[in-house]
Design a protein around this ligand. Structure first.
Ligand SMILES: *[C@@H]1O[C@H](CO)[C@@H](O)[C@H](O)[C@H]1NC(C)=O
Ligand SMILES: *[C@@H]1O[C@H](CO)[C@@H](O)[C@H](O)[C@H]1NC(C)=O
Length: 200
């Protein structure tokens, strides 16, 4: 197929070139579909990511306007922060009874159907040196936040702030200035409700 594509511009009329390009595209598409169908199992296995203690995990959510963030802790990470058989540490909610809660949870359950991924996005930033994110320091910050994680606030104290604080020692939220970035759907609904009922 590639041969036809490379030779055709100088040897064929424009119409013929278009025809062979279209043919090439159709065949390529068929090949791609073929690979996807045949390779389904391995295709999905590739998306399984191994995390290390202290990695920030992003869980994209369906609506597409925000993500949930957590820190990976185990259970087989080799670092014991009393996580038991839990895999992550995170700020779990924004509802009235959960606004002060940072806790361990199951990676499996939080993942749901989302395609979670590692997001240590400040690792290469010189303001966040590697010596501030040793397992010992990360563990200390988890213990601190597990005791007391202060009240949830969308713009200053959300689940992304918690995750970056635990990993880097400084709470940051990349997306908070541009768009609503929150821990779960409750806040989105409240936000939507407030907007549709006359704004804040
Ligand atoms: C982790 O530490 C806690 C508290 O010190 C202890 O109770 C628990 O047995 C430890 N777990 C493991 C797997 O070492
Ligand atoms: C997630 O949890 C369920 C129920 O606890 C279990 O059946 C399933 O195998 C788990 N999946 C993974 C990928 O660990």
């Amino acid at each position: 197929m590639l041969h036809v594509l490379l030779l055709s511009p100088c040897q064929l009329s424009t119409a013929a070139t278009m025809k062979s390009l279209i043919l090439a595209a159709v065949i390529l598409q068929l090949v791609i579909i073929g690979i996807k169908t045949d390779g389904k199992v391995s295709y999905f296995h590739i998306t399984v990511v191994k995390y290390q203690f202290g990695d920030i995990i992003e869980f994209p959510r369906k609506i597409g306007t925000y993500s949930h963030y957590a820190v990976y802790v185990g259970p087989e990470s080799g670092v014991n922060v009393s996580q038991g058989d839990n895999g992550i540490f995170h700020r779990t909610g924004t509802s009235l009874c959960k606004r002060y809660t940072c806790e361990f949870g199951k990676l499996n359950k939080t993942r749901g159907k989302s395609n979670d991924k590692k997001r240590n996005y400040l690792d290469n930033d010189k303001e966040y040196p590697a010596e501030n994110r040793t397992p010992v320091k990360i563990r200390e910050r988890i213990e601190e936040k597990n005791e007391e994680c202060r009240k949830y606030k969308v713009f200053t104290n959300n689940c992304e702030h918690l995750a970056t604080y635990v990993r880097y020692g400084i709470g940051r939220s990349l997306q908070v200035s541009g768009r609503l970035n929150s821990c779960n759907i409750n806040v989105f609904i409240i936000f939507f409700y407030k907007v549709t009922s006359g704004g804040f």
